[in-house]
Design a protein around this ligand. Sequence first.
Ligand code: LLP
Length: 443
Amino acid sequence: MTTSTNQFLKPITTKINSNGNIEIGDCDLVELAKKHGTPLYVLDEKTIRSICKDYKKSFEKYPKIRFMYASKALCTSAVARILDEEGFGFDTVSSGEIYTVYKSGVDMSHVLFNGNNKSYEELELALKLGVGRISADNFLELEMLNEIAQKTDKKADILLRVTPGIECHTHEYIQTGHLDSKFGFDLTQIDEALNLIFNKYKNLQLHGLHAHIGSQIFETSIYPDEIDILTREISRINHTYNIKLDEINIGGGLGVKYTENDVPPSTYEIGQLVIDKLTESIKKYNIEPPTIIMEPGRSIISTAGVTLYSIGSTKQIPSGTKYVAVDGGMADNPRPSMYQAEYSAEIANKKETDKKERITIAGRYCESGDVLIKHIEMPVLEKGDILCVYNTGAYNYSMSSNYNRVQKPAMVLVNEGNSEVIIKRESLDDLIAHDIIPDRLKK
Ligand code: LLP
């Protein structure tokens, strides 16, 4: 079966150039580090467009498919433009994400608003800006949404977020579809919600069901399992209430390859499984072919991103570990310390020596847990070498912080030899921009 871009460890344009340095998007990484400084997030445009094409091709036999990029993976205005150009909509989870895609010129009817505790103000903004779908997560939200829609004389177009009771094997913190989850309605609560929607909340228009099982998923069976449950429920609801729900959102979750040991499924495999199961379920449950919505986040943007760091101090523990420190760490990539996530890295500049050693790459933050990669085989590193950590496009910048009051790195988009800054490096003044000294404390 055809390989898809999420199955690559490195951006698809990665190569070694005639100087012996790593190049991505035809840009020499050592030159990029010199020009833009480190740490530096680098995003390869061709890799992003390539995975979008994989998704579209994988589902071309089912025209009623819609892709909504889960912008929580990486939400910036330039990325929104690229995904919009590729024909993707957007799954958003905050007014910040909604505002970013809105200001990027996205057609707001292609935007979905998710979340387990959306505020009144966020729901107001979503309705005001014309967000296409709101995935209603709980009873309070139904009530608030109806009230806001009524006030503004609108109908809120909603899906019901449900927890289908499917477990997947991923880190416990990123599982969401199991029964004891903070997200969505339990299947046994659907009818109570429907009674409210049909009999009390006249300003809500229900279109279908939504579920999301988890993230960094390698098991292919969860999607057919999910489709079986959701089509069964759609059929039951349509027949019981004599209505025509016709949308099923199956969430995101497809995994990526952080290390050589990771073997994520391809979009083509998932596409085939989803379409086969749908064909079967449509017959089995006697429903019209529904619109299927998918919300991939990580698999769209992770592989396209790398982070460049400069090597600084080293410390050899007499009893064993050699620590090599870089100028970033847990604030620009919290995943290793948060989820014990593993990453792969290489030295971007040419090394004269072939001598290798086993080291641990430590971050610069004041915390022992700030380790990016444990026990990795690398050429002997010296101050000033440039380290390239792969697969940092998703959930790195979007989860970054200013811990230790360190400025967030810049992000550049690379393509055909050009590098364009799409997020400016923060300055020291940016760090204190929101500080206020009360008059009585002023000097
Ligand atoms: N849809 C919903 C409703 C979600 O909650 C998520 C992710 C997605 C789609 C996108 O899932 P993806 O395709 O990216 O797997 N910070 C964690 C990941 C948390 C994912 C939360 N929800 C990490 O760094 O691994």
